[in-house]
Design a protein around this ligand. Structure first.
Ligand code: NAD
Length: 268
């Protein structure tokens, strides 16, 4: 469906782990739309996932970086620009991990050291990535920077644990950095709030399957898939969305604006 909307654009895509990853689908869509980019993930993820297969399809390189490490990010930023031969036009942050969710900790008994880790990996990394590219002056004017969020930033989902706060911070970073980079360099920063999606991180949330079925019934258009998310990202990275910045953009089939659906009522 994509045209050459991203022809001539160069980017960095974080977070493709395996074929189910949202970032994997976004990378494929960006490639089809004519973009060039590097792929990055944490060193441990490079050992487990099939990201090299994705790199082959997208004719690119994988550069390892722990997104919580400023020195890794500086190395990645410099190597990306050197590989691409150009400054960066778009960045995808599709990174999330909570040790508390992994250990299925109840919200009232969260391990607070792990809580800080959740915030560092899932939210502060967004700030560090943007800060690194900004400090090194490696972003082009009108670059588009995007993080993937979830509606638990606004509403409580009892089993989402400390990821809810991580998403609230992520969205706030987009607003704050969006202001500063908009003024300084005409660069936009947004978050996209995606439907529940069956990925490694998604299905790791306790109660994922019933939640997925519930939101499918609430959203008038049904849950948005990772492929559909990828198409929206192509638009957001393109020049078609130049004046969209500092926004949290729901991509959830209408879930976030629906109070009650007839499908759920019929069930009771
Ligand atoms: N799956 C869903 O239901 C859903 C819904 C809304 C938002 N999201 C968000 O989408 C994004 C992508 O998640 P996904 O669902 O595709 O799952 P995923 O497991 O495929 O992707 C998560 C990625 O984060 C990476 N990561 C973890 N720690 C890292 C670190 N220290 N440095 C660099 N990378 C690291 C993982 O290696 C992995 O590639 C996350 O921000 C997630 O919270 C997911």
């Amino acid at each position: 469906m994509e045209t050459n909307l991203l022809k001539g654009k160069n980017g960095i895509i974080f977070g493709a782990l395996d074929e189910s990853s949202i970032a994997w689908k976004i990378a494929l869509a960006c490639h089809r739309a004519g973009a060039r980019f590097t792929l990055s993930n944490a060193p441990i993820a490079l050992r487990m996932g099939g990201i090299q297969d994705l790199a082959k399809i997208c004719e690119t390189e994988v550069i390892s970086a722990d997104a919580t490490s400023s020195s890794d990010l500086e190395d990645l930023a410099k190597r990306s620009v050197s590989f691409l031969g150009a400054k960066i036009d778009f960045v995808l942050h599709s990174i999330g991990m909570s040790p508390n969710v992994r250990k299925k900790k109840d919200y009232r008994t969260l391990n607070t050291d792990w809580y800080l880790k959740t915030l560092d990996i899932s939210a502060l990394s967004f700030y560090k990535i943007i800060q690194t590219l900004d400090r090194l002056d490696l972003l082009n004017e009108w670059a588009s920077i995007l993080g993937i969020s979830y509606v638990a930033a606004q509403r409580t989902f009892p089993l989402y644990a400390d990821m809810a706060e991580a998403k609230a911070v992520l969205e706030s970073i987009a607003r704050s950095y969006g202001y500063h980079l908009g003024k300084a360099k005409k660069i936009r920063v947004n978050t996209l709030s995606q439907s529940p999606t069956p990925t490694r991180a998604g299905t790791g949330i306790p109660g994922f399957q019933p939640l997925f079925e519930y939101t499918e019934k609430i959203a008038p258009l049904g849950n948005a898939t990772a492929e559909e998310c990828a198409l929206y990202c192509v638009f957001l990275f393109s020049d078609m969305s130049r004046k969209v910045t500092m926004q949290n953009l729901y991509h959830d089939g209408g879930f976030s604006s629906t109070g009650l659906s007839l499908d759920v009522l019929d069930k009771s």
